[in-house]
Design a protein around this ligand. Structure first.
Ligand code: SF4
Length: 307
């Protein structure tokens, strides 16, 4: 009997060898900064949904910054989360489930499980919401959401196990960064350089122009249009309606094929561009030469330490 998840099968699809290091040898590298930040932000939303105090999560974040486990700025989590609450009206939606773990029994007693971030009822529409945090600019396109295998898997699990029909699914992207004030040129006027406006809100830019009597100046209209279309620099929700149940069926078939492959114990290397970002590269290269257990242990400890 084994435990499976979407991430596990996705890792197997990327590279069976990487899957073997991570899930069979259990050489964990998941203490990294991105995962910690994502987990803290998820805790904030979950607590806010339940009306609980957020202070313990903010304190946990500050403690991790203080000991150097996180390299981000002090106060960042609280600032971004407060902006999130101000931007999205949580009172306009009913939370059906938050951080809901769903388990299914597959073959030979194997368990496939997943955690659904949020299941929302908004104006009678049931939406499955997956929150993804990043330190980089927001990136999801409608097609990346529409064909997102993880979201389709969770929609299927909700419908099968909770017996709730999902109408739509969405990625709720959050950029963990501090908003910036409007940058000014040497002449004291707002910069119109889009490269400098990545963390500037439309409202702040417009208000600054209005304050200077420049809000109708022709040279700023294209920038205003750009900022308005771009939306909030830290938040973006991309939603797709779940219209075609065949998509769920074919997604499940792909997932099940990966599961069957995974069960064979295949440990083949898949060399490619992803190797450059793989935390096991050194071990993978070493294993090519049939190393001793002692040599492997040295590299494994190094991997664990660096995470
Ligand atoms: S370095 Fe490349 S081939 Fe080796 S485990 Fe990582 S992804 Fe797979």
């Amino acid at each position: 009997m084994s435990n499976y998840s979407y991430s596990r099968l996705s890792t197997y699809n990327q590279c069976p060898r990487k899957h073997s290091y991570m899930y069979e040898e259990k050489i964990y590298t998941d203490g990294n900064e991105y995962l910690i930040l994502g987990d803290l932000f998820h805790q904030c939303i979950d607590r806010a949904c339940k009306g609980e105090d957020l202070t313990p999560v903010f304190n946990d974040y500050e403690a991790k910054v203080m000991v150097g486990q996180l390299s981000t700025e002090s106060g960042l989590l609280e600032e971004v989360f407060k902006e999130y609450l101000a931007y999205y009206d949580m009172s306009s939606e009913e939370v059906i489930e938050s951080e809901k773990r769903i388990e299914e029994e597959w073959e030979d007693g194997d368990i496939f499980s997943g955690v659904v971030d949020r299941l929302i009822n908004k104006d009678g529409l049931i939406i499955l919401r997956d929150t993804k945090t990043t330190l980089k600019p927001l990136k999801y396109t409608p097609n990346q959401v529409k064909y997102n295998a993880q979201l389709l898997t969770y929609c299927d699990m909700v419908q099968t196990n909770l017996h709730i029909k999902v109408d739509a699914y969405e990625i709720d992207e959050v950029r963990l960064a501090k908003l910036q004030p409007v940058p000014l040129n040497q002449n004291g006027k707002p910069s119109a350089d889009k490269n400098k406006l990545g963390l500037v809100r439309y409202e702040d830019y417009y208000n600054k122009l209005a304050e200077m009597g420049l809000d109708t100046a022709p040279e700023y209209q294209a920038v205003l249009d750009y900022l308005e279309k771009r939306g909030h620099p830290l938040f973006k929700r991309t939603q797709c309606q779940l219209l075609d149940s065949n998509m769920l069926d074919s997604n499940f078939k792909d997932l099940y094929d990966s599961y069957k492959g995974c069960k064979t114990g295949n440990k083949q290397r898949v060399r490619g561009p992803l190797c450059d970002y793989c935390p096991y590269t050194e071990l993978c290269n070493l294993d090519f030469y049939n190393p001793t257990e002692e040599d492997r242990e040295i590299i494994i400890n190094k991997i664990k330490k660096s995470s």
